[in-house]
Each structure stands twice: as C-alpha cells, then as structure tokens.
Design a protein around this ligand. Sequence first.
Ligand code: G4P
Length: 528
Amino acid sequence: MDTQLEIARRRTFGIISHPDAGKTTLTEKLLLFGGAIQEAGAVKSNKIKKGATSDFMEIERQRGISVSTSVLAFNYKSKKINILDTPGHKDFAEDTFRTLTAVDSVIVVIDVAKGVEEQTEKLVAVCRLRKIPMIVFINKLDREGKDAFDLMDEVEQKLGLKVTPLSFPIGMGYDFKGIYNIWEKNVNLFTSDSKKNIEDTIAIDDLNSTELDQLVGKSASDKLREELELIQEVYPAFDRESYLLGEQQPVLFGSALNNFGVRELLDCFLDIAPPPTPKETEQRIILPEEPKMTGFVFKIHANMDPKHRDRLAFIKIVSGTFERNKSYLHTRLQKSFKFSSPNAFFAEKKEIVDVSFAGDIVGLHDTGNFKIGDTLTEGENLKFKGIPSFSPEHFRYVNNADPLKSKQLEKGIDQLMDEGVAQLFTLDLNGRKVIGTVGALQYEVIQYRLEHEYGAKCSYENFPAYKACWIETSDPREEQYLDFKRVKQKFLAKDKSCKEVFLADSEFSIQMAAQKYPNVKLHFTSEF
Ligand code: G4P
C-alpha cells in the first residue's frame, strides 16, 4: 500500500449549518452517492427535536446516535471521504467548535428562505478565524426563497465571506427549472424525485444558442443570460488558491431533499477541497506526509453503558499511519500506550482496523487517560495547538448533595470536564467550584450523568457571571495587573489547567476593566 497515495486521497470535512437548514439530509444524500448506504433514512438526525417531551430524553437519544454519526466515511471516485458530524444545537456549539479543529475544509448549508441564521454566523466566524476553506451550499431551491443575488450579498455581509457562484438557479420554488453549472458549463433540469441517484445533465456549449430556450423556456433563459452576465461583472472568477487560503468561498445551489445539485456539490468538492493539511504544534508545523504518526484528541465520547465507564477518544491523525498494537507516546502523561482495537468508521458503522492514515479519524477505547487536546506521537514531544476553550455563557456553583459521595463527585466532574461537556473554574477566594456551560441543557446532562455513571449527586446555585475572560499579562509583578487582581479578587478563578480567569459579571465590567487596566489583556478563549 502506498502511504503517500492513501494520504493524498483523503478528504476530511464537516458540514455546518443552523438547525433545519438540511445538514442531515445532505449528509445522507452524499452517502447515497458513495454507495455507503442503500436508502434514505439511514442517517439519524442528531438534532434535538422541537417540542420533544423532555429535552433531556432527547439528549440521551442524541448521545446514543451521535457515536454512530460522529464520523461517516465512504469512498467516491477514488477518494476516501470522511464527514465529521457537527451538532447544530447551540447548547452543543462547543463540541462543534472542537470538531472544526479536526476538519480540513467545511461545507456551509444555508436555507434559501431563511438565509443566514444565528448558528451559521457563529460557526462560520470560527472557520474564518482558522482560515478553513469553505464551500457554501444554498439548499431548498424547490421552495420559494430569497433572490439568489440578495442571498449572496447577505452571505458576504453577515458572514464576512467573499463569494463567487459556481452554479446558479434557473427560477425558484414553484418556478424552479434547474441549475446552470458555471463550473462544468452545463444545465441540470429539475425533477422532484428524492430517490434519483444520478442526474442527467445537458452540456451547453453556447449560452446564446436556442437550445437553452427550448429547455427552460425563452423568458427563463433570457433571464439566466442576464444573470450570468451580471455574475461575470460583479463576482471574481473562482480561484482555487484563494479558496484554499480561506479568502474566497464558492457558492452552489440545490435541493438536498430532492437530491438535486448534490452530485455537482460533491464533484466540485472533490475537484477543489484540500487533502489533509499541515497542523501547528507548539514546537513545529507537522506535515501530513511525514512518516511518523502524530495525532490529537478532539472529542471524547462516554460509553452509553454506565456500568463500564469506558469512553471512546476520537483522534485526528495528522501525519503518518496509525497502526494497531503499535506503541504511541501520550505526550501529556509521558507514557506509552498500545491500542489493540482502534475503531475506524465506515458509513454509519465502526470497525476495528489495522492501519489508518493521516486525515482519518480513529476511535480509541479509553479508561480515563485522555483529555481533549491530548497529543499522540511516535516518541517526539509535541503538543498540538488550536483546541481552545471558549468562554461559557452560563455559570453555576456546583454543590455536593451527598456528603458520603464526595470522591465520586470529584471524579465524575473531573471526567466530564475532560470530555468537554462543560468547564470547571475554581474560585481563588474560597476554592468553590463553578461550572460554566455554553447552554443551560448541559446542567441537566451533568446532573444526570453524575448520578447514573458515578453514583454522585449535585445541586446548583446561580453564580452571577456573564463571561469568562482568560487573563494575559506580560509581567505578573506589574502594577496594573496587581491592582486588577486586588480589585477583582472576588471574580478571579483558575480553569482546569490552572490558567487565570476573570469571571466578569457584565459587558460593562469587561469594558471598564479594559479601560482601567490596558496592560491586562482579557481573552474570550483560552488560547491567545
Ligand atoms: P438539519 O440536519 O440541518 O437540522 O436539517 P434536516 O436535514 O433534518 O432538514 C430539516 C428539514 O428540512 C427536514 O424536514 C427536511 O426534510 C427538510 N429539507 C431538507 N432539504 C430540503 C430541500 O431541499 N427541500 C425541502 N423542501 N425541504 C428540505 P422536516 O419536516 O423537519 O423533517 P422530516 O420529517 O422531513 O425528516
């Protein structure tokens, strides 16, 4: 097996969207193309359904299926495609942010009627920051929606992207006739049929020929010609280099439900999306083609069986090959580990494999040795960068509700925090523990899991914080810094890696602190 060829044919990406834009439907259609599944309905939606009897039951349901949908892999046109699942629900946004550290590119799905929504804005902001190459897919063209040009304006303005269309819709909703593929210079006529697998496309060499008029009607074809002219004037031509640098984002249109425009999306993706990309460690940049294995943990999933408290740690392989039963260095613990049953993922199944390649994800059984961000190597001391914690938006004191079980509580909290369910802060003043989360749902999850998996009980008390700000100072003996610490004493805490954090109670107090102590830098993420 040629390792370099194997690495070069991997395409590892994530699909991000606001809930309901069509991420699950699109994922499923992509798998259908890959022949990885035979029928629709095989990919379970991991979203929390609206109006469910209890949000909490939904979380359990979601945990159950999210192992199986964490990575969906398939082969298509000699490429190995790994789709990493990203929860759309905002209470799980942090999970999605972390998954974005393991992708090499992203497809952003937008609902043609709703346009850019809140969750899309947040997720795209993270991708933009990391310069991840993005393709935008405008979905649900079979429905009445916004004008395509207006929508592209909205994408540019709200998401801060620089777009260029690679396809363009002919009509929309009731009048939807099909799509002109600017990339391949052909027309794909719309028929509403969700089971259709391969679309018939008609090559159009000359846009001014009468062929187009006959296909879609004179008025629709005239309109298309005008629109394409406008596109040429207004938008820059597609430039792959700019796309790869995260400076230009191609846009395609379609309807995932009707399996329309999906093949074009997939083919375009294969043409332009990057193979495994280099990644920075604190020591040096790692290239995927390096012979030695390096990888990092971006997600930890607790086992669903509470009696066996083992977990699955998801590793993104950054370079080389990961082999079964080979010894790897866990650089944080400075200990070597062998893995007798590394899981690889194929379609919606996981199976034990002997060798995986850079770009792939392996799932390793773990009994509590891994934390998010841990690095594995063949001996070199490295630490991958870029898996920051983000400021939580909810804060509560956590109290022990069963004094006989304090050890269990401590262990439970410790492990749940390693999994990245929430963040723990210890107040400097009195050592009390505060749990910070992105969404209120996580408090229920933590309470339930502490009880069922660790036999511990906890209660919560409100803690009046608004945001966690990680503190940076150039000199810990500096006057402003010391003054800041004295005045804000009540609001200072340490995070899990003992970094100093200011738990600000309002935007106002953050602004005031920034004004009064300009030498003390406040950050909303733990890496700066
Ligand atoms: P998500 O994972 O992004 O949350 O979205 P999902 O794929 O679950 O799609 C959300 C809803 O939008 C689903 O309908 C789905 O059938 C519909 N949908 C997806 N793509 C298209 C499209 O191209 N055209 C139209 N008209 N609808 C589309 P639902 O009624 O919420 O769920 P279901 O009962 O159909 O599963």
